[in-house]
Design a protein around this ligand. Structure first.
Ligand code: SF4
Length: 412
């Protein structure tokens, strides 16, 4: 049995004893001494690794998935020009500092910039760990006021950084204020502590969360090696407290970009009451080029999973589109062809099936009154709008307004 230092099971001890510098890293893993100088990488993108997460490494080199996800590498300093600090343009969708409002019914609160372990592939590398600060009462009040003025927002995601690195009192301050907004129905917490700091999921925290249901948690397992007895026990404590768990993985080159690894991960998640929710294509974030995989790799993985796993265990593969385009699901194509009488489908084995369409004309028997909405693809298909016109194209600027088809002919 491994001898653990006193305090190992206390999350505050783990936070206080994080590996924060390349020197501490070399002290922990002597074989790294004499390797590349990581000082400038850690200066640009902060490092922190909990002793617990460091203990999951089986080898202190890049063949180990845990090592890859938490140890800085010099490749982080080399970026192709299309990578951005904030590829999702969250800063443009912040009506209140620290709150992103992109989708009509959802908002995301950046409750802290602190994490227990700084993932090298983080989408918010621009803020995670740059200053370890957490939301103030004043800022929370501004956010709550905005939510009250926008009752269409019913689902609030508390994110960061990692919100569960805050004290239980601080997390409760956020949850209780959000719960006072009558239109907020669901609160979701995005956290990686079940993976990197499972001892943070204390009974005290679970008791507190119970008071603010419905609370959902999305966590972030990327590799089966992260599912340990400790992390599973932490997830069980949350599930037993009535918190449904989802998992968001990121596809990472050399870490989990294999159909078999993702299959193993998804099976283990479902076995432990964690629903695989999203599999993300790596964002176009500066410092992560060495982690990126082609979109086609994600498609291959989805092709592999379908048929092998139950639908419950299959995440949705998404590209979180640059320029604030939002999450775009990317799926293999299962519709081979369509006619008015048949749709030709294929299954995961390549079998082709003709599915006969209803013989009576279909005119949407279950239609319910729709609220007016901005034009989107659904509105085009429903016949509510006839086109979506991109602005500022050269052809569009060249066109002259005209009133009748006669005028449109013009003078010769
Ligand atoms: S825990 Fe989340 S926010 Fe923190 S570094 Fe990892 S991915 Fe980024």
């Amino acid at each position: 049995m491994t001898c653990r230092p006193k305090g190992w099971d206390d999350w505050r001890w783990q936070m206080a004893n994080r590996i924060r510098t390349p020197q501490q890293l070399a002290n922990t893993f002597p074989r790294l001494a004499g390797g590349p100088d990581l000082t400038s990488v850690a200066a640009k993108y902060p490092m922190a690794i909990t002793p617990y997460y460091a203990s999951l490494m089986r080898r202190a080199d890049s063949s180990d998935p845990i090592f890859q996800m938490c140890v800085p590498r010099v490749q982080e300093l080399t970026d192709p020009p299309f990578l951005m600090a904030d590829p999702l343009e969250e800063c443009h969708d912040m009506p209140v500092p620290g709150m992103v409002h992109r989708y009509p019914d959802r908002a995301l609160v950046i409750a802290t910039t602190m994490c227990s372990t700084y993932c090298r592939h983080c989408t918010r590398k621009r803020i995670a760990g740059t200053r370890e600060t957490s939301i103030t009462k004043r800022r929370l009040e501004q956010i709550a006021n905005y939510l009250t003025e926008h009752p269409q927002i019913s689902d609030v995601i508390v994110s960061g950084g990692d919100p569960l690195t805050m004290s239980t009192e601080h997390v409760e301050m956020v949850l209780s204020r959000l719960r006072q907004v009558p239109s907020v129905q669901i609160i979701r917490i995005g956290t990686r502590v079940p993976v990197v700091l499972p001892m943070r999921i204390t009974d005290e925290l679970c008791q507190m969360l119970r008071k603010y249901h419905p609370i959902w948690i999305n966590t972030h397992f990327n590799h089966p090696q992260e599912l340990t007895p400790e992390s599973i026990a932490a997830c069980n404590r949350l599930s037993d407290a009535g918190v449904p768990l989802g998992n968001q993985s990121v596809l990472l080159r050399g870490v989990n970009d294999s159909p078999q690894i993702i299959e193993k991960l998804c099976r283990a998640l479902v076995r432990n009451r964690i629903r695989p929710y999203y599999l993300y294509q790596c964002d176009l974030v500066r410092g992560v080029e060495h982690f990126r995989t082609p979109v086609s790799r994600g498609m291959e993985i989805m092709e592999y999973l379908r048929g092998r796993l139950s639908g419950l265990a299959i995440p949705t593969f998404v590209v979180d589109a640059p320029h604030g385009g939002g999450k775009i699901p990317v799926l293999p194509t299962y519709v081979v062809s369509q006619s008015p009488t048949h749709t030709v489908l294929r299954n995961y084995e390549g079998m082709l099936i003709a599915y006969p369409e209803p013989q009576q004309r279909f005119d949407g028997a279950c239609r319910t009154p729709q609220e007016e909405s901005a034009p989107g693809v659904w509105e085009l298909a429903a016949g509510q709008y006839s086109r979506i016109q991109p602005e500022k194209t050269i052809r569009h600027a060249r066109r002259q307004p005209c009133c009748t088809s006669d005028e449109s002919v013009g003078d010769f």
